[in-house]
Design a protein around this ligand. Sequence first.
Ligand code: URA
Length: 283
Amino acid sequence: MVRLDKFLAEESSFSRSDVKKMIRAGRICVNGSSDVKPDRKIDPETDCVTADGMVIRQTGRRCLMMNKCAGVLSATQDARDRTVIDLVDVPYADKLFPIGRLDKDTEGLLLLTNDGMLSHNLLSPAKHVSKTYFVIITGGPDEQLQARFREGLDIGDKKPALPALLMFLSVDGDFLEEHVRRGGISGEETPLPSGMVTPDQMKEFCMKSIALADYARCGENECCAAVSVTEGRFHQIKRMFAACGREVRFLKRIAMGTLMLDPELDPGCWRELTSEEWTILEG
Ligand code: URA
């Protein structure tokens, strides 16, 4: 059981003081009666609450998968720029926030939720959830770069970045097999951090989540790669490549843990997570 004014403030876009005024004005009904007080206890499962005749339902936990487009901010509001929340037109949009940040020019998988615990579980360093990106960088494939990513790069922070998995892709979407082997796991290399995806999983993400249009962005003297990290430092991917003298020309997140971006989502589009995807996130 929950107080009527609290329920309404949480489940609608009205503030608690708006809600009080609306109750006084007879605009709120519980089971058809407007004779209610703000502290009236309701059962959100069984009582029917309306505001100006519109049924207010308990939304519970929500999570949207978005293919973030370039040019919008991963924030809830901004005075100047459009945010990812501005792209969403669900009634509970004002309760959502992005799980982590992608740079304004970065595209790809972004989850929007009202669930603080889900966000914590995906972002906390202690939970070791990998984030996998498709990237187009200046220069060509290079095994030394893979080795440096694998060792853990100094990117100017107090501590070097944790070992990361880097694999090069051909522009038609195939893995460069030689590089898969080297980026992989010969046993003598620095062990990958806990939570890191395997090269086979990375391969699957790349095959299923990268659009041909993404590969088509690769220009002359540039190459395509996939990179997976288990941290979320500021501009981490761009800084890792910059530390190796490379520039990131295009960056798109394709997976968080083993949750893959739905390739059917065009840039800027979103949908609710399926129950299978909830299971992937929560194990
Ligand atoms: N690393 C970056 O450099 N930018 C992002 O948006 C995400 C990871």
